[in-house]
Design a protein around this ligand. Structure first.
Ligand SMILES: Cc1cc2nc3c(=O)[nH]c(=O)nc-3n(C[C@H](O)[C@H](O)[C@H](O)COP(=O)(O)OP(=O)(O)OC[C@H]3O[C@@H](n4cnc5c(N)ncnc54)[C@H](O)[C@@H]3O)c2cc1C
Length: 553
């Protein structure tokens, strides 16, 4: 297999030579650096690479070129290499073009010329982007492969687990992929062993549970210590932030998640509004960075491991785990977030994982290349999902109850959706029924205006219709509001049951629940802002509050 390619485009031969020289000096061991003198030549080169089966890791293009501008080259290259990182080379005056390219070309970064010294201004950026590319893509011929039926909920569960756990793998559909059968025959796996995971050394895990996959990948599932200062339940943005601060501020910190790191944010195709990422950041990329940071600073991370109950024992918190074991900690953070609300239409439950997916647009989108899919819901997460699916699917319909998206979706997403020709909005529409033999084949849609039903041939439904808090594992002493969101700080003091429950001679700390030393942050908390940044902010604050609590005890 050839090395992945870094392709540089500039019509100025001197600049082209300079970028090529700098890139070669650092990356030539693992990448081939190629160059093109125009946008057209770059696209021809990319097409040729594709036809040879080579990987393109990055395309770096100058903005101002005669014939084709840089942002157009980058946008057009997406059809050939959707995962390649895209960088625009700009002069100071081109910043506006770069900002525009963030939306149109899904630009990952813009670099202002000149970039001397490259050790400071070029290589850190390229290193970072190549790390992200490596984490997402996998050379075709090696690495982990998952073989199964596209319409099997078991296949979906393992795909979802691998993707959320940031493990790159290649998906092979037994019915569509010619390599799948040969691999199964070689491994001696029959139909009842599906889905099957084939590892790089040829060994196979047939029809595994996520836990077995984690163990086989060498992930630890047992805690290193008997007692912790801080145990964080849930590794979404709030939990990850608490782990970073907890570990860096000297607390013995354990982070665990029932599924994988990232939480809801991990399933987001592109978070556009998180501070410091002008080109947006995918949920998996943000998770990868945050988890690496937390672990580097000394936090322990265990997944998949669920906390099923909590009891309070003379100030210590005893956490019951899904594997039957127990953890003891002095402080605890409930950062368990929210869970997608199930759609009540007929046929949805039996097709879940077989064409009906909750928020799994990123995991499943590639499997729906050339097919017709339906997104249900009109919020930002539905909008992001639709945009991501539109990269692969032939047609993406978006069914919403309201007349338009205006009241439920951010304007930047509405604009992107309007500009995407294969997305079709279905206003005032409800899903009445889902039908199909072992997989979704048809959906019956009902008009909320005249009650008329229409049958549509649809291959998959992606449901984004809100969420409910995940707080049922907490003990009754932790007060919640009527919807199940955990009460903290001032909200807690306003609750009717507060005087009966709170026995401390002090007021509860901000973000402290009705059980001293048990904190809540992020979406599970009553009054949460439901944003990545606010979850991160609250998770970070908890560490300071945990210190305060520990100093009192
Ligand atoms: C598709 C999508 C796109 C979004 N896009 C944006 C965006 O662009 N910008 C933005 O600001 N916000 C966005 N949001 C909202 C944002 O993701 C959430 O507000 C944020 O993730 C909340 O973080 P959290 O840590 O509180 O909880 P979550 O992210 O919900 O994480 C909670 C974690 O806790 C784990 N858990 C739950 N119960 C247990 C248990 N008993 N034991 C162990 N683990 C448990 C779960 O598995 C989960 O991983 C988006 C949400 C979605 C779904």
């Amino acid at each position: 297999m050839n090395k992945p390619v870094l392709l540089v485009v500039d019509d100025d031969p001197q600049v082209l030579a300079a970028v090529r020289r700098d890139l070669r000096s650092r990356y030539r061991e693992h990448y081939t650096v190629m160059s093109a003198g125009s946008g057209q030549e770059a696209l021809d080169t990319a097409r040729e690479l594709k036809s040879r089966g080579d990987s393109l890791a990055m395309l770096i293009s100058d903005q101002r070129m005669p014939g084709m501008l840089g942002n157009e080259v980058l946008a057009r290259s997406r059809e050939l290499y959707p995962l390649a990182r895209r960088v625009l080379l700009t002069a100071y005056a081109d910043i506006e073009a770069a900002v525009k390219a963030i939306n149109e070309a899904h630009l990952d970064h813009y670099l202002s010329k000149p970039w001397d010294p490259p050790e400071e201004r070029l290589f850190p950026v390229i290193d970072d982007l190549l790390d992200a590319w490596q984490a997402e893509s996998l050379p075709e011929a090696k690495g982990l492969r998952l073989i199964g039926h596209q319409w099997s909920p078991r296949s979906h569960a393992i795909k979802d687990f691998l993707a959320s756990s940031l493990v790159p793998y290649r998906w092979l559909d037994v019915e569509r992929d010619p390599d799948a059968k040969a691999l199964l025959d070689a491994a001696g796996v029959g139909g009842d062993g599906l889905p099957a995971l084939v590892f790089e050394d040829g060994s196979v895990l047939g029809n595994p549970e996520p836990r077995q996959v984690a163990e086989r990948l060498g992930r630890s599932l047992s805690a290193a210590y008997d007692v912790y200062d801080l145990v964080i339940v849930g590794a979404g943005p709030a939990g990850l932030a608490a782990a970073v601060y907890g570990a860096s501020e000297g607390l013995r910190t354990l982070l665990l998640d029932r599924h994988a790191p990232g939480g809801q944010a991990g399933s987001s195709a592109r978070i556009e509004n998180y501070l410091g990422f002008p080109a947006g950041v995918s949920g998996s990329e943000l998770t990868r960075r945050a988890l690496t940071q937390a672990q580097r600073l000394g936090a322990e991370f265990l997944a998949p491991l669920e906390v099923t109950g909590v009891s309070i024992d003379a100030g210590y918190k005893r956490l019951a785990l899904s594997d039957g074991r127990e953890l003891v900690t002095r402080t605890m953070l409930a950062a368990a977030g929210m869970l997608y609300r199930e759609h009540p239409a007929l046929g949805i439950a039996e097709h879940t994982g077989a064409g009906v997916y909750y928020g799994a647009a990123v995991t499943e989108a590639p499997a729906f290349g050339g097919r017709r899919v339906l997104v249900v819901g009109g919020g930002n997460s539905a909008g992001q999902g639709a945009m991501y699916l539109a990269r692969y699917a032939q047609e993406v319909q978006v069914a919403v109850h309201r007349e338009s998206l205006r009241e439920t979706m951010s304007p930047y997403l509405i604009e992107q959706i309007e500009k995407t020709p294969n997305i079709r909005l279905r206003p005032r529409t409800e899903v009445e029924r889902v039908e199909g033999e072992g997989r979704v084949e048809r959906v019956v849609l009902k008009s909320l205006d005249d009650g008329m039903c229409r049958e549509e041939e649809i291959d998959a439904l992606f449901v984004f219709i809100g969420a409910r808090p995940r707080s049922d594992w907490l003990p009754p002493e932790v007060l919640r509001d009527a919807k199940g969101f955990v009460l903290t700080g001032r909200d807690l003091m306003a609750a009717e049951a507060y005087p009966r429950v709170w026995k401390e001679p002090r007021e509860p700390l901000t973000l402290e629940t009705s059980v001293p030393g048990v904190f809540a942050a992020g979406d599970v908390r009553a009054g949460a802002m439901n944003r990545v940044a606010s979850a991160v902010g609250e998770g970070s604050m908890v560490v300071r509050l945990a210190h305060e609590y520990l100093a009192l005890t």
